[in-house]
Design a protein around this ligand. Structure first.
Ligand code: NDP
Length: 293
């Protein structure tokens, strides 16, 4: 058996299209355009590429992109002041602080300065708390994208056994909570989990967010399972550099019912969900109903 490939590129393009349509509806109602502000401190080359891509995607979805740059030697107070100014700016609906920040800056403090109603990355303590409590809030993008992908295979995930490997604040924990909200029975696995292979074999939905290339072997996958591979790892193979996930794709594809490739799976969903959160934030901040997405 060869699994259905979950085409993250196409699904992300569909999400972006729906966001663009929601932006048009928002503009018609309010005569305003949603704005996403991205804060970049320093000149990290990878971060510059991410920020540029986010800006381009924002404009493509019909929203305003606001790029705020500070030098690498900016003080923590300067970064905090910038976030506070963006909080106070009514034309800004979403604020994203590009991580990592330079080491002399307390990233936790900066993130938690973001007004939760503009926290489109879903990383403030307030957003995390709302997710835990099952209250309406803005949800981290990569976990949200992972659940959207799983739901393209099966609309109702209720009652399925989900195993999430990895318990980071950025991916594993919020992903577990989102799957719980979908009425899955969730197991959170991590580096201290005993018999990980056996735990994985129980999973109807197996999500890997570890950062360890091809760690999840084919025979850890329950036949017919939905496999969501969040991992992005660069490896050298046959003298070439390439990206692989945390799942041994070539073996897992023979057992899974559906599987995300790397690249082209979860990766493209992250920016799409950032745009999605921005138009949702814009609507909620004006007391409008959530857009149809
Ligand atoms: P972290 O390093 O913060 O967390 C890794 C988690 O994996 C930890 O909870 C750790 O457990 C667990 N872990 C490590 N080794 C093992 C092991 N041998 N067995 C079981 N669990 C293990 O990573 P992130 O959550 O930030 O990212 C995970 C992966 O997802 C990375 O490859 C990253 O590049 C990718 N990623 C992809 C994104 C995308 O857009 N597609 C976005 C964000 C991340 P413990 O807590 O016990 O240490």
């Amino acid at each position: 058996m060869s699994a259905e490939l979950i085409d993250g590129k196409q699904i992300a393009a569909d999400v972006r299209e729906r966001v663009a349509a929601a932006v048009s509806v928002f503009e018609a109602k309010t005569a305003e355009t949603p704005g996403l502000a991205v804060v970049l401190v320093g000149e990290d080359p990878a971060s510059q590429v991410y920020v540029r891509n986010k800006g381009l995607a924002t404009v493509k979805a019909g929203m305003r992109s606001i790029e705020k740059r500070l030098p690498a030697n900016a003080s923590e107070e300067e970064v905090v002041s910038l976030v506070r100014a963006l909080n106070a700016d009514n034309a800004v609906d979403g604020i994203l602080v590009q991580l990592p920040l330079p080491s002399h800056i307390d990233a936790n403090r900066v993130i938690n300065e973001i007004d939760p109603s503009k926290d489109v990355d879903g990383l403030t303590e307030a957003s995390a708390g709302r997710l835990l409590l099952g209250k309406q809030g803005l949800v981290p993008c990569t976990p949200q994208g992972s659940v959207i992908l799983a739901k393209t295979v099966r609309k109702d995930l209720g009652g399925l056994n989900a195993v999430v490997i990895g318990r980071s604040i950025l991916v594993g924990k919020p992903l577990s909570l989102l799957l719980l909200a979908e009425n899955c029975t969730v197991t959170m696995a991590h580096s201290r989990t005993s018999n990980l292979a056996d735990v994985c074999r129980q999973a109807d939905i197996l999500c890997a967010a570890v950062g360890c290339p091809k760690m999840i072997k084919g025979d850890w996958v329950k036949p017919g399972a939905i496999v969501i591979d969040v991992g992005i790892n660069r490896i050298e193979e046959d003298g070439k550099s390439r990206l692989v996930g945390d799942v041994d794709f070539d073996a897992a594809v023979e057992r899974a019912g559906a599987i995300t490739p790397v690249p082209g799976g979860v990766g493209p969903m992250t920016i799409a969900c950032l745009l999605r959160n921005t138009v949702i934030a814009a609507a909620r901040r004006r007391g409008l109903a959530d857009p149809e997405l």
